[in-house]
Design a protein around this ligand. Structure first.
Ligand SMILES: [Fe+2]
Ligand SMILES: [Fe+2]
Length: 289
């Protein structure tokens, strides 16, 4: 196992161990996941649970407005959001908002420009949702969350391996090599594996864990290769727009396995990129909040 490799005093297992110090996802998140998976849950039950956490409520409403109905209308309350967006969308927004809440509070290292990663994550999420819809993937909101979280390992590494991770970033920029290769070389493991381990620890659904783990290697996905492929293509598309760290967009090609599985052509991908440009401008307002 790669966790046995020690670099700079910290192994992957040490990093994951450190993650034990990360706060757990809030209890309310698990309650929401539980309630939304039961068919007899009522609107008022769910509203009551979500509104127990004011920060979460605000974030969910902001995401709902910015991402889904940016310029069409405003959503002012959780009950309204549930009515308009439906249980499964709100469930996904709660999950994404919770993870970001915990991570936002924990970021100590600043080698990653925070706005950049957020922009990259958000554009990947939006492209993933749109590609899911276009290719008939039945859970586009799940694809959105997977896109939003795919690089969460970078935040973890940025926080716990400060200097080593700075070396990774400078290697990417100066030697012009892909991010994963630089991580493997310097750390002995990469952000995909790190993110997946943490997602697992937080009991995120196994399909999300897999998509995070294999977003650079979609052909390795066993459980839900379609979801992983959607995230991979969305990630590469976001990179090709120049939205990514270290400017390694050109070094990160689309994996033929993923485009073939989804039946995607370059034209569809280009159209999707053009479509999400507007939503992206809108979502930038969320960075500071
Ligand atoms: Fe990545
Ligand atoms: Fe990425």
């Amino acid at each position: 196992m790669k966790g046995l490799i020690f670099v700079g005093g910290l192994s992957l297992n040490d990093v994951v161990q450190k993650v034990e110090e990360l706060p757990a996802l809030p209890h309310v998140t698990y309650r929401v996941l539980e309630l939304t998976s039961r068919p007899d849950t009522t609107l008022s039950q769910l509203t009551e649970v979500i509104t127990q956490d004011q920060v979460l409520t605000a974030k969910v409403l902001r995401m709902a407005n910015s991402v889904y109905y940016g310029y069409a209308r405003r959503i002012y309350g959780i009950t309204e959001a549930l009515l308009i967006l439906g249980f499964s969308t709100v469930r996904n927004l709660v999950m994404a908002a919770s993870v970001y809440n915990v991570m936002d509070r924990e970021i100590q290292g600043y080698f990653l420009p925070r706005g950049e990663l957020w922009k990259h994550s958000m554009s990947t999420a939006l492209i993933a949702r749109s590609l899911a819809q276009k290719t008939g993937y039945e859970l586009p909101d799940q694809a959105f969350v997977a896109g939003l979280l795919h690089d969460m390992g970078k935040i973890i590494l940025n926080t716990y391996m400060n200097e080593k991770f700075e070396d990774v970033i400078s290697k990417v920029t100066t030697e012009n090599i892909p991010f994963m290769a630089a991580e493997q070389e310097i750390l002995g493991f990469d952000h995909a594996l790190t993110g997946a381990r943490v997602a697992e620890k937080w009991n995120l659904p196994s399909e999300l864990v897999e998509a995070i783990a294999n977003h650079h290697t979609p052909s390795l996905a066993k459980h839900n290769p379609r979801l992983t492929s959607v995230v991979h293509v969305a990630d590469a598309a976001s990179m090709s727009m120049g939205i990514g760290l270290g400017g390694d967009g050109l070094l990160y090609p689309f994996d033929g396995f993923a485009t073939e599985l989804l039946g995607l052509t370059g034209k569809i991908i280009e159209e999707t990129i053009a479509e999400i440009a507007d939503s992206l401008v809108d979502s930038e307002t969320m960075i500071e909040n």
